[in-house]
Design a protein around this ligand. Structure first.
Ligand SMILES: [Zn+2]
Length: 264
């Protein structure tokens, strides 16, 4: 492979020494030389070259090198894209295997009040919760919003484990107390402890309902109705967004018989 000559003098040397082997018509040679050596053309040096004399062109190695570089770059881009797709696929698979609890657990690290063992009642103002909680959790937990039916992550979820308050980590329900109510919200017939939740009368929207609040942080969870299955006859109709599910090692148990009724 020959390198590109730096000057017309060097070009002459290459021509006379016969290092290069490509032959072209004189007119083609003239045109290619003008394109390939604009500096020499501009300085008038090119005029010294006999344009009618067939010469050998300087080496085409640079072009071959450029083609190789393009091919190499293309290969690298394809490999990088394949790697990104593979990593995304593996991450998505892992998230799917871990279930909804993985997403719900993203925020507790930034929540100093979060604990799954401490049952002491919290007195934290909404202004503080607003800085800590994600907007969608804050809207339901602190502003008593209600998620739309059949949209929450747990309304038809059958995982075996424990449901905690997504705001403070308080233990609320076990999966064996969950039943398919077909109302579009996750429903349970009993809490883990009587003190897991507290109640208050809710007269909003022209109805009289019994509102269910977290027994530790006072966040709105949903409502409880008297149309649940035995043995309690209660239906704790909850918003998925304020629940946080953690699976356990136990073998799956079937949920209880379905029921239906008003929204949480
Ligand atoms: Zn709570």
């Amino acid at each position: 492979m020959c390198r590109v000559p730096r000057s017309v003098f060097e070009l002459h040397s290459k021509v006379t020494s016969g290092n290069c082997t490509v032959q072209s018509h004189p007119r083609v040679v003239k045109r290619k030389r003008e394109i390939a050596h604009p500096i020499e053309r501009n300085t008038g040096l090119l005029a010294r070259v006999n344009e009618r004399e067939p010469i050998s062109l300087p080496d085409c190695g640079n072009r071959r090198t450029e083609a190789k570089m393009k091919k190499y770059t293309k290969t690298c881009l394809v490999m990088a894209a394949s790697l990104v797709i593979a990593v995304s696929f593996v991450t998505a698979c892992q998230a799917r295997q871990q279930g909804p609890a993985a997403a719900a657990n993203e925020h507790p690290a930034q929540n100093p009040y979060y604990s799954r063992t401490d049952t002491k009642v919290l007195k934290v103002p909404d202004s503080v919760w607003k800085k800590i909680l994600p907007a969608n959790i804050y809207a339901v937990a602190r502003e008593k919003d209600t998620e739309r039916a059949f949209t929450g992550k747990y309304w038809n979820f059958e995982g075996i484990g424990t449901y905690y308050c997504a705001v403070c980590g308080n233990k609320l329900f076990r999966s064996d107390a969950k039943f398919a109510s077909e109302c579009g919200w996750p429903s349970f017939f009993k809490t883990v402890r009587p003190a897991s939740v507290v109640y208050q009368v809710d007269k909003s929207y022209g109805m009289v309902r019994e509102e269910v609040l977290c027994g530790r942080c006072g966040s709105h969870l949903g409502h409880v109705f008297d149309d649940g299955p035995p043995p309690t006859g209660k239906r704790f109709c909850m918003n998925s967004i304020v629940l946080e599910f953690m699976p356990d090692e136990k073998k799956a148990q079937k949920p209880s018989k379905p029921g239906a009724g008003p929204k949480p």
